[in-house]
Design a protein. Sequence first.
Length: 683
Amino acid sequence: MNSPHDTQVRGACPHDCPDTCALVTTVRDGVATRVQGNPDHPLTDGVLCAKVSRYPERTYHPDRLLYPQKRVGPKGAGQFQRVSWDEALTDIAARLSALAAQRPEAVLPYSYAGTMGLVQGDGMAARFFNRLGASRLDQTICASAGTAGLMNTLGGKVGMKVQFFAEAKLILIWGSNSIGSNLHFWRIAQEAKRQGARLVCIDPRRTETADKCHEHIALRPGTDAALALALMHELIQHDWLDHDYIAQHTLGWAELRERALQWPPERAAEVCGVPVEQIQRLARDYGTTQPAAIRLNYGMQRVHGGGNAVRAVACLPALVGAWRHRGGGLLLSSSGQFPVQRQALQRPDLLGERRPRLINMSTIGDDLLRPASPEFGPAIEALVVYNSNPVAVAPESAKVVAGFQREDLFTVVLEHFQTDTADHADYLLPATTQLEHWDVHLAYGHTDVLLNRPAIAPVGEALPNSEIFRRLAQKMGFDEPCFAEDDQALCRQAFGDQVDFNTLLAQGFASLPLPDAPFAQGGFPTPSGRCEFLNPQLVAQGLDGLPQHLPNRELPDPQGPWPLAMISPPARNFLNSTFVNVNSLNKLETEPLLEIHPEDAAARQIRHGDVVRVFNARGEYHCKADVSARARPGVVVGLGLWWRKMGLNGTNVNQLTGQALTDMGRGPTFYDCAVQVSALACT
């Protein structure tokens, strides 16, 4: 119960989740005592996931970084001594200035979605690195293949409003464990279910979400496009099509029709490893039920053909006219609908005439080990990491570790905790959490802008990311006025006059004025204004303009050395490598696990609870076996993402994943990974 002495502060969840919840933090005597969902925000409705509801535990964690520190031991040993901010920033500025004078592209910023905030993410930081002329980071590690798939089909990261899934009569939850990663959508889907909607989960793993749906289609990893093309085949064969919508609002129907007719259900059943009857039933349900809605998530695009898979699924709503209804269509990401003023916020004009190279964050293992060359440019000599933990999260981590252990690599890490990456820092700088700074947020699962107010003063000597880069800019003599702007000014600039900032201040959120059924009369944000089954830009590049099925590069071979496919989705109580060290959540997950189907376990004489060796040519990972039907035969599930130093042999699942990239969007292929598993010991 709240005390009369309590104050409540409105905020926003900063984490990489579609829900972007509105928060209310209760503060007593300067201490945050509770974090709740804001009941006044319709989509949050007072509800938070188990992870974020424990945010005070994370903020006041005994291992929280409180002071700047300098490395005193070998790279990777995690040995540091406390220094002052002035000492740390003076030395960092001197090192970066020396490189900037000769080889500015030898400096690389590395960041992603440790916070999704526009200010503490790439606001002041982008200004700093643009002014310096550092290499640019291609931020591909999560969503770039799916983004490219949407862009090449619908014209942007756009879709239906999440609240109208409640009106759907059929919902396909495709590549998403919504209970763990999209809780508020799941509540809306449950409302639809209570009103008679049928829910179908399409996922290689029998997730908690699959348990609660009417049907689970356990296809093989990387076969989603084959399934989508077979659905198109059946829609055509049975004439479950909206011919008027196709004629008025799509491009390339004749070509797509010819492609789809090459994919009868029998062919797709063989590729996907599912009964042909399931494909036929799903096609009938999708073709004869209105409104029908599809909730995609990003798991399905982390394979060789990920972009094409998203393209194929994104074509389906236009074929049946689902977009005519506000309760029909598709949603992968809504973030393209937000009018973010990125040029004002990030100031690319500070580059002047310079055009620094672009380095893909998903190949950081190779790139840190790459010498200078005419093709690559200078070797990476300085790395500034914020909002990310690449030693744990980047693929083929043996190479990532080797790169971070280079004695000649100057590494600065802004962090809350001493992560695997932080262990390799030369300087470790304490950053504030969401409860301690200003920020403003868009969302990718709904269409509300949220404002985050600081609820408490920073703990210890922690500083916001923005302030760290502001002070570094001053140390380096960057005297442009933009480096003196405070965080509230940056919050205002993020949307300019496109969003009423007074509304954000008053209630903590503001809804974008968007139509309920955005594509009922077409008007897609493509060059043609149509849903582009056939994409002219891809054709102009000499590529296949139609969606196609591209098999995984690492197809498991039952007779070969790597007979099992491995996927590595996040454990329910973690978010990538965030929350792994929060004690209450760590205890819920217990320990690193590999789910393996009873048939595959029996063939290897593996019992539940055995310590197993999961391995391929890139390395090995030791963990406990969870013999479970959650994994389909032939597929193992390495639940992540544990810090490497918490692993039984000092590794995690990314010891096994590779650096090959997706068909479009240059994304990683985490779920395109073949392995073998053997027992090590019994418990």
